[in-house]
Design a protein around this ligand. Structure first.
Ligand code: ZN
Length: 166
């Protein structure tokens, strides 16, 4: 069970009171689709990401304009860098957390936040930042996956197997 879900839920509920009642409590929430409206045209990469994420994390319910923004920012990162400094790693980790937190979930995801992060990282590598179509992803990681991401290979393989089954 996700370790952070209750916090997200609490924040979202408190925030929503700003929309459903006349009271204002100042709670911000990046997963709110009223405050963070979806862009009119969904980018191909994001569309692939969302389709895949819903299958990986079936508890997810919705994303917001902020999710799209966070996704864009995350995709600007260079994932092929072999040696990353602690600061750079932390930055990517934060971007991933922001991405995950800017979505709403029906119930707590089965996966821990850390596992979700690793799954997303694995898929970023396998799909070359979601630029590959599903079928192209199969042999991708074997060739170009950076050594630094060895720990995500296992997850990537699981992801690949899932794609193959279809
Ligand atoms: Zn709102």
């Amino acid at each position: 069970m996700s370790d952070r879900y209750e916090k997200w839920q609490e924040k979202a509920e408190k925030h929503d009171l700003n929309h459903t009642t006349v009271k204002r409590n100042g709670q911000k929430d990046f997963s709110c689709t009223i405050c963070h409206q979806l862009s009119e045209i969904m980018r191909k990469e994001f569309k692939r990401f969302w389709k895949w994420y819903k299958e990986e994390i079936p508890e997810v319910k919705s994303y917001s304009g902020k999710t799209e923004e966070n996704f864009e920012e995350l995709m600007k990162e260079d994932f092929s860098v072999k040696e990353r400094t602690g600061t750079e790693k932390a930055k990517i980790r934060y971007r991933l957390i922001w991405l995950i937190e800017s979505m709403r979930y029906d119930k707590s995801p089965e996966k821990m936040t850390k596992e979700i992060i690793e799954t997303v990282l694995g898929m970023i590598a396998a799909s070359n930042k979601f630029t590959k179509r599903e079928k192209q992803q199969e042999t991708f990681t074997e060739n170009i996956l950076p050594a630094e991401q060895k720990d995500t290979v296992r997850i990537t393989e699981v992801v690949q197997k899932k794609w193959r089954k279809r």
